[in-house]
Design a binder for this molecule. Structure first.
Ligand code: PAF
Length: 287
């Protein structure tokens, strides 16, 4: 695995690979890798001849007061995991390489970035869109793989790629979960076992909502209430939102009749956790 720290060098290498006809599959990450990330890398391996992973804790997607400073950065462990997965190129830029002192160009995917996480974390999606746009321009991938765990991010990136005509194909891989159902996340490292066990209420809530939708309930408010009643009683948990939306464009649904996304954000002992599932209730037995 070659480790590249300069964006200029990375871009030159990737352009060279493309001239030779290599198909580049790219997984952008902020490190603190877990099985969820590794599943994206394995998916990338199936999609391209050269697998590129970036590890960059992007400062612009953290609002003031968020956990940028304490975000886990276990770089040696990350490198070992990526080497085991036989990643070809690891891109490890510094913040000053990505953001020059005169950096003043940002990407704003307006509508989709203004709700849910966008409302709770002002500037977050502008930071994500900007860094992903830059990474796509540096790595020039044929395909880039993202996790469904960050469902709104995925919808936002797909819109950006379409709006700005990036040539990369965006592939979305399923969320990898602990046995308790808790979605794997780098932020789970902030928790002890007892907290992790309480965090699994999010998954139970989403499954309760899904069960109701599958049983024929079409009213999003009822479906949301099913999730809420499972999550809310958990000690130390404060729900930020539970939203039943079209998973592709995050539009509000009046009735849950086809595919629907159940998006959840909670605070657990001061740590923000997000998750989502996509439910596909059959048309039979609808209310
Ligand atoms: O999902 C993440 O880890 C980050 O938001 C991403 C896409 C790597 C951009 O910093």
């Amino acid at each position: 695995m070659r480790v590249i720290r300069s964006s200029k060098k990375m871009q030159a290498i990737c352009l060279g690979l493309k001239r030779k006809g290599r198909k580049i599959a790219f997984v952008p990450t902020m490190g603190a890798l877990h099985e969820g990330h590794l599943s994206l890398v394995r998916r990338a391996r199936k999609l391209g001849d050269t697998v590129v992973v970036s590890v960059f804790v992007n400062p612009t997607q953290f609002a003031p007061g968020e956990d940028f400073a304490r975000y886990p950065r276990p770089l040696s462990a990350d490198k070992r995991l990526l080497a085991t997965e036989k990643v070809d190129l690891l891109f490890l830029p510094t913040a000053s390489d990505i953001y020059s002192t005169d950096h003043s160009t940002f990407v704003d995917v307006e509508e989709i970035s203004s709700i849910l996480e966008g409302a709770a974390r002002p500037g977050h999606f502008r930071g994500v869109a900007t860094v992903v746009a830059k990474l796509l321009n540096i790595v020039c991938p044929d395909v880039a793989v993202f996790g469904q765990k960050d469902g709104q991010q995925v919808a936002m990136i797909k819109s950006m790629v379409r709006h700005l005509n990036f040539p990369a194909r965006i592939v979305v891989a399923p969320t990898v979960r602990e046995r308790s159902g808790l979605a794997m996340s780098s932020r789970n490292r902030y928790f002890n076992q007892e907290q992790l066990s309480r965090a699994s209420c999010i998954h139970r809530g989403m499954r309760a909502a899904e069960a109701l939708a599958i049983a024929g309930e079409v009213d999003p408010a009822e479906i949301e209430a099913a999730a809420r009643s499972e999550i809310e009683p958990t000690p130390g948990v404060r729900i930020d939102y539970i939203a039943i939306l079209d998973p592709d464009d995050l539009r509000t649904l009046d009735r849950v009749e086809g595919k629907a996304g159940i998006f959840v954000a909670v605070w657990l002992d001061g740590v923000r956790l997000i998750d989502n599932i996509i439910v596909r209730p059959s048309r039979r037995g609808r209310k």
